[in-house]
Design a protein around this ligand. Structure first.
Ligand code: CU
Length: 496
């Protein structure tokens, strides 16, 4: 009953929205009955598919029968002047035993390799599109010129290639790369296009943190999928305009993964690489762990947590101390529903002894940044394919904001609730790392006091961020629920 009232109220509210800001080619007074009926039908269809967060299909437990795959570290080319080659390609992957699933990948059939950069590196990447459709190569979280950023303006046609160059000027962090073609991002990521970037610097190498890749420094790319009865990824069938959610979790492309670790501190680099699902990660024993890094760098000090929530595209580095945990009991990483995401098998071997330093970084939001006036306002609103940003849909021909290179501005992002209460929108800005100044006027939680490029924004929440762009050009800012992005919850800032 309550739901019916909510739906009725929502129909009215959406009719108002669609009359005035989306379907604005047709003035309200001329709206005929037929069009009204059509709107009602569209609304009905929309409600059927709308994903409220109480209704998210739970994930199947991992049986732990497959050892977690670790993405290969990409070797540089020997070719003069080109450091790396990254190819987007189609392939077949054995996700289920003895069955080939059609997938996309970078330099392989599914997902991509890890690219490791050092601060100060001058990098050239030859990007090649071997798909049958256009794509782009977007370096999520990397502070590069807009030409290298791989937004929707940089489409590479099938069979074509593009060389990009940039210098790594930012601090140690875990970033990632994925496609960003106009209106096609969600499907390409869903099919498997995503890879990791590790940036290291003098600080990260001197902190003594676990850094043996694949042994005690483990990347975890979380992606939920729906497989059809032929074990294929059928995006069109699975697609939900409000964010495509699946019941099957893959970590680094591994179905039913488990992770074998030594008795030591293990660093987990968590990446929510899902189209739309949020994850609250915890240990099944309720034990705590420490978070050491946000999207774009180390926290000043480790923050002890019992759980951490990541919305799509957010990252966090955490350290779990398997020397301190009771390894006799079953240990696993679980989510908010208690679904088993990743069982751990702890070997009898002691690993290396590593500490976690008390001081890791010197991040701060300055007094000046705190007092800057808000000069850009972003309002996120809507659901399904009726999402909008500041009352508009993305238009590649329209520049929404301009900002001066090297000048810090404070943006305020507001998630305007709808009659259904609204939903969390993960908000991402290209080409820069930013600082959270406040959430609803309060200082952000301790584990968000570090560089960010993506943030979760709850319904009715107002978040202020301080952002500076190092490079010029046109950058995207958008909701990272990939279907919302494809449906136009995106704008462009021109940095001059
Ligand atoms: Cu959204």
């Amino acid at each position: 009953m309550r739901i019916k009232i909510k739906i009725a109220a929502l129909v009215v509210s959406i009719l108002v929205i669609s009359g005035c800001s989306i379907d604005n080619s047709q003035p309200d007074e001329e709206m005929e009955n037929s069009s009204m009926n059509q709107h009602m039908e569209e609304m009905h269809d929309m409600m059927e598919g709308h994903m409220s967060h109480d209704e998210v299909v739970p994930l199947n437990d991992s049986t732990g029968e497959n050892e977690l795959k670790i993405p290969a570290m990409l070797e540089p080319d020997n070719e003069e002047g080109i450091v790396y080659t990254v190819r987007a390609q189609k392939g077949k992957t054995e996700i289920f035993n003895g069955i080939e699933t059609n997938t996309y990948g970078y330099n392989g059939s599914f997902l991509g390799p890890m690219l490791r950069f050092e601060k100060g590196d001058k990098v050239k990447i030859r990007t090649i599109n071997e798909l049958d459709e256009e794509t782009t190569f977007h370096w999520h979280g990397l502070e590069v010129s807009a030409e290298a950023d791989g937004g929707p303006h940089d489409a590479i046609q099938p069979g074509e290639e593009k060389v990009i160059e940039f210098e790594v000027t930012q601090e140690a962090s875990t970033l990632w790369f994925h496609p960003h073609p106009h209106g096609k991002t969600a499907e390409q990521v869903y099919n498997g296009l995503a890879g990791l970037i590790y940036i290291e610097d003098d600080n990260s190498k001197s902190l003594g943190l676990p850094n043996d890749y694949g042994k005690n420094d483990i990347p975890l790319i979380f992606q939920d999928k729906t497989f059809d009865d032929k074990h294929q990824l059928n995006y069109k069938a699975a697609m939900n305009d409000d964010g495509t959610i699946g019941d099957t979790l893959l970590i680094n492309g591994t179905l039913n993964p488990k992770l074998t670790v030594n008795k030591e501190k293990v660093r987990l680099r968590l990446l929510n690489g899902s189209n739309a699902r949020n994850y609250t990660f915890k240990l099944n024993t309720g034990d705590s762990f420490v978070q050491i890094a946000t999207d774009g760098g180390f926290l000043n000090e480790p923050v002890t947590l019992n759980e951490i929530t990541l919305t799509p595209s957010e990252r966090a580095e955490i350290v779990v101390d398997f020397l301190q945990l009771d390894t006799e009991s079953d240990l696993a990483l679980i989510n908010e529903d208690g679904s088993i995401l990743l069982p751990f098998e702890v070997s009898d071997e002691n690993g290396v002894v590593s500490g976690i330093p008390g001081e890791m970084n010197d991040f701060s939001v300055t007094e000046e940044e705190m007092n800057l006036p808000v000069t850009k306002k972003v309002e996120l609103f809507g659901m399904m394919d009726m999402v909008e940003r500041n009352g508009k849909k993305f238009d590649p021909e329209r520049i929404d904001f301009t900002q001066k290179q090297g000048v810090t501005e404070v943006w305020e992002i507001y998630n305007k609730p709808d009659m259904m209460g609204g939903m969390i929108h993960p908000f991402h800005i290209h080409g820069a790392q930013f600082k959270i100044v406040s959430r609803d006027g309060e200082a952000p939680p301790e584990n968000e006091r570090g560089w960010k490029d993506s943030i979760s924004i709850k319904p009715d929440e107002r978040v202020k961020i301080a952002i500076q762009f190092k490079h010029k050009g046109v950058y995207m800012f958008h909701c990272h629920i990939l279907e919302h992005e494809d449906n136009g919850m995106m704008g462009q800032v021109k940095v001059e």
